[in-house]
Design a protein around this ligand. Structure first.
Ligand code: EPZ
Length: 431
């Protein structure tokens, strides 16, 4: 098992370049199989979840060529519409293959998705979307099966704002007959990116980024070359890491508009944030202040940045309150932070944080992707050595995470937990 070892106390400084948005790439890769022509996708992050989705489309017959951060996909030889591999259950976004294959072949069966364990993650709104388009949907033997003779456009009002259900229904509706209107649609940047990609393939989607999306079905999609937007969560994570370590970091290749909720909170607690066209600089010197945060759908404060925010507030002055309103079980890392000396009480979906002066290094374990990144931030701030186990969670969504941290001056290394020699060597090196 691999783990990160971090020696805390060093301010991060320098420049870091943000990779393509994993959550947009997942929707876009699924969409790419909807044409028989070749698609080239650039700025694809090399992370575990993407590798697994690419493997899944390859296993059903798509041709995939991966070089650096570009992927060439050709879906003309897809021989099966059943995606039922053990590994695919691990990634939530496997469900995008349902919308993509249903749209293209009127038939799809995909293993029920897994993903980060951050609370119950129903798919009723996805099913609602497919059924409204005229598909029959059933769950059998661990698979969601959808099939129809003909998808037909419909007026769909989602009960809640869901990124996954919006993207999935949009995928299928692109190739349905007639017009589809999605109301109460998710407005997140990756919904817009998937829509832009589909439009570049000849789809007719209007309104992505607002809560009403209108899709005129087309008979087929064509090849395209497209570049994925920068990852707002990776950017936010480095913004908070810079502030937490009392550093000064220029975060390049970002869309500052997507980061506004994080920028606002950082300014509110006393960090300095400077925006450029496609970069953002975060600087902090003393101990930061307290605030209240509630996670909301975009453009509100993103749930995927909640653990990083709570971690930063754990050492800020005064009492802060963080309310999680999207997923009900996203405070599991708090026990790990407590082992490092944080004083946080969780009551239902609210964390009450009494800022402490310092954290101390400890052995902790990443319970999920974003919480794992938050524990690394905790390690950067803590006195002494922190060991973060279960780094495979972090690698699901952050490209070259420890390398990028090292480039900013962090004392962090990834080692096998059995490799006592490497562990000793790192500890000796950083003192
Ligand atoms: C996406 O998950 C992201 N994943 C998540 O990022 C992110 O936390 C989440 O959106 C919210 O922004 C990907 O894009 C692959 P939702 P998704 O459907 O689509 C409820 C990360 O760390 N809901 O927008 O699964 C649901 O329970 C991951 O990168 C239903 O009730 O989230 C939740 O409360 C973790 N019925 C809310 O909607 C449904 O059918 C929002 O979920 C679907 C969702």
């Amino acid at each position: 098992m691999e783990q990160y070892i971090i020696k805390g106390g060093k301010p991060l400084s320098g420049e870091v370049t943000i990779s393509g948005y994993k959550n947009a790439a997942l929707g876009i890769i699924a969409a790419a199989v909807m044409t028989d022509e070749t698609v080239i996708i650039n700025n694809v992050p090399k992370v575990k979840d993407i590798e697994l989705l690419l493997k899944a489309i390859e296993d059903i017959g798509a041709k995939v060529e991966y070089s650096k951060n570009s992927v060439k996909i050709n879906g003309s030889n897809i021989s099966s519409v059943s995606v039922d591999f053990d590994y695919i259950r691990k990634i939530r976004a496997s469900y995008y293959l349902l919308g993509a294959l249903l749209g293209k072949y009127n038939n799809a069966a995909v293993a029920l998705p897994g993903g980060c364990n951050i609370g119950s993650r129903p798919i009723d709104q996805h099913i609602k979307g497919f059924e409204a388009l005229g598909s029959e949907v059933k769950i059998e033997h661990g698979l969601i099966k959808a099939n129809t003779d003909q998808l037909t456009g419909a007026h769909i009002y989602f009960d809640g704002s869901s990124v996954g259900a919006t993207i999935n229904t949009m995928l299928a509706a692109c190739l349905a007959e007639g017009q589809t209107t999605l109301e109460n649609a998710a407005k997140e940047p990756h919904v817009v990116d998937v829509a832009n990609f589909l439009n570049s393939m000849g789809a007719n989607i209007k309104g992505a980024g607002t809560d009403v999306i209108r899709i005129k079905g087309v008979s087929k999609l064509h090849g395209s070359e497209y570049s994925i937007i920068p990852d707002q969560i990776e950017a936010g994570t480095f913004m908070f890491a810079a502030a937490a370590s009392k550093g000064d970091v220029l975060i390049k290749n970002v869309i500052p508009k997507h980061l506004e909720a994080f920028t606002a909170k950082l300014l509110e607690i006393g960090a300095e944030v400077e925006e450029f066209d496609d970069a953002i600089r975060v600087k902090a010197s003393g101990r930061l202040g307290n605030t209240h945060v509630k996670t909301l759908v975009y453009p509100g404060f993103l749930t995927d940045m909640q653990p990083q925010m709570t971690t930063l507030l754990a050492v800020s002055k005064g009492t802060s309150i963080v309310t999680e309103s999207i997923f009900e079980n996203r405070f599991k890392y708090v026990d790990e932070l407590s082992r490092m000396g944080a004083s946080i009480k969780v009551e239902s979906n609210t964390a009450i944080i009494d800022g402490v002066e310092r954290l101390t290094g400890a052995a902790v374990s990443a319970p999920d992707l974003r919480a794992g990144a938050a524990l690394v931030i905790a390690g950067l701030m803590a006195e002494g050595f922190t060991t973060v186990e279960n780094v495979e969670y972090i690698e699901r969504g952050y490209e070259f995470f420890e390398y990028k941290m090292q480039q900013l001056g962090a004392d962090i290394v990834k080692v096998d937990s059995e490799d006592t020699k490497a562990i000793k060597k790192f500890k000796l090196k950083v003192g």
